[in-house]
Design a protein around this ligand. Structure first.
Ligand SMILES: Nc1nc2c(ncn2[C@@H]2O[C@H](COP(=O)(O)OP(=O)(O)O)[C@@H](O)[C@H]2O)c(=O)[nH]1
Ligand SMILES: [Mg+2]
Length: 397
């Protein structure tokens, strides 16, 4: 556990007081780490629409990338995530456009090393210039993905035929892409796993969610955490993303617990630490947002079954106030009575649970674990209902 090693080193160097700073820095890190994703492909391929879809923006929203602009991008233009401006999607010019006639000019003007990964878009065939660019990206040891957009149009067109099979349509498109993506010697430029069939208008279908995950998975660790936590829109669309989010949130727990415990620390081992209840509640609320629990009164909330709505209201009460969360902790700890739980149960009976309660690091850690588990269960229920509705709604006829 390199995280624990860092903590130990920091403690050896700066004592307990240095730890608070370290925890704070770790908790904020994902909002500060820059992620640069390069996006390229012919005009009309759906780059701008993708940049909006992945940021959960409508095409006419403030800060949206303008859609249906036919002029070629003159120079790299960044579109920041609306909530997390450190995540930047770059609309890159293509090779062969007037300002970038060839690879040499391209290499000089576009600093490829700045980007963590590249997405190459096409709504039909990939071009020779796409292949030239990928060769260069490969040479630099960077990752890339091919994205074939407007799959909804292909599926819709094929649906008119009697022998329609969606799987067969997708298979054919994937094969066409593979045949198209070869070098001069006919050698494939990528594997099938690097090709994603998407629709920007239906991000809940086909490979859109898988693409978001694949991008995430190729990023270096800190960028990976950052991107995962920024994928709010997709939480409602993919169990895999939900799972990855839970993992990242679990990874933060030691810092939250540490920072909370240290907030009014008594640096004597064995003595309880005062909880910074504000920090704790803030983190649990972050779980609710991150895992895509719909807000009360929102459209998404309104479409859920009354049982799930009730579950959400219950969560909001439990995790809305310090006494709420304290009684949740008490009831959870009462359910098991071994190991750390036993200790915690004793803590709970020892201290009266009010805003300035004293809870230890393991207790806070336990509370975070149980809260996340509870919220994840509700998020999954929401996800399943939303997925069912999305199948019912899909207007592809
Ligand atoms: N049906 C469909 N239309 C799309 C999709 N992606 C983009 N479009 C449309 O294609 C046109 C060009 O899209 P745009 O995002 O501006 O492409 P760009 O030039 O690569 O940035 C617009 O009219 C979009 O609404 C898609 O996945 N499905
Ligand atoms: Mg565009």
């Amino acid at each position: 556990m390199s995280d624990w090693k860092d903590v130990k080193e920091c403690m050896d160097e700066n004592g307990v007081s240095g730890l608070a700073e370290l925890f704070k820095e770790r908790l904020e890190r994902w909002k500060k780490t820059e992620v640069n994703i390069g996006i390229t492909g012919n005009s009309g391929a759906g780059k701008s629409s993708f940049i909006n879809a992945i940021r959960d923006l409508n095409d006419d929203a403030d800060g949206a990338a303008p859609v249906d602009v036919t002029e070629c991008t003159i120079e790299p233009t960044s579109f920041n995530h609306p909530k997390y401006p450190n995540i930047k999607f770059w609309d890159l010019p293509g090779i062969g456009t007037p300002n970038y006639p060839d690879l040499e000019t391209y290499r000089q003007k576009v600093q490829l090393d700045k980007y963590q990964t590249f997405l190459i878009f096409s709504s039909s065939r990939f071009t020779e210039n796409d292949i030239i660019l990928v060769k260069e990206i490969k040479k630099q040891g960077k990752s890339f993905f091919f994205i074939r957009t407007k799959i909804d149009e292909n599926v819709r067109a094929e649906k008119r035929k009697e022998s329609f099979s969606e799987a067969a349509v997708l298979e054919k498109i994937r094969r066409d892409c593979m045949e198209n993506l070869v070098d001069e010697a006919g050698k494939p430029m990528c594997s099938e796993d690097d090709i994603f069939l998407t629709s920007n208008h239906h991000p809940d279908k086909w490979d859109f969610g898988g693409l978001a995950l694949a991008i995430r998975d190729v990023l270096p660790r800190y960028q990976r955490e950052t991107l995962t936590l920024s994928l709010n829109a997709l939480t409602s669309l993919s169990k895999d993303i939900l799972k990855r989010k839970v993992e990242v949130l679990e990874g933060r727990m030691m810092y939250v617990a540490g920072a909370s415990a240290l907030a009014a620390a008594t640096p004597v081992p064995g003595l309880s630490f005062a909880v910074n209840a504000g920090l704790l509640l803030k983190e649990v609320r972050e779980y609710i947002t991150q895992l895509g629990i719909p807000e009360k009164g929102s459209q998404r909330f309104g479409r859920l079954s009354s049982a799930t709505q009730q579950e959400i209201l219950d969560l909001l009460i439990k995790f809305g106030t310090v006494p709420g969360i304290a009684s949740f902790l008490a009831s959870e700890a009462a359910t098991e009575d071994t190991g750390v739980l036993g200790v915690i149960a004793r803590f709970i009976s020892f201290f009266s649970l009010t805003p300035d309660d004293s809870l230890s690091f393991p207790c806070i850690y336990f509370l975070l674990c149980r809260s996340l588990k509870r919220i994840e269960a509700v998020a999954l229920a929401v996800l399943e209902e939303a997925a069912q509705q999305s199948i019912d709604d899909l207007d592809l006829d």
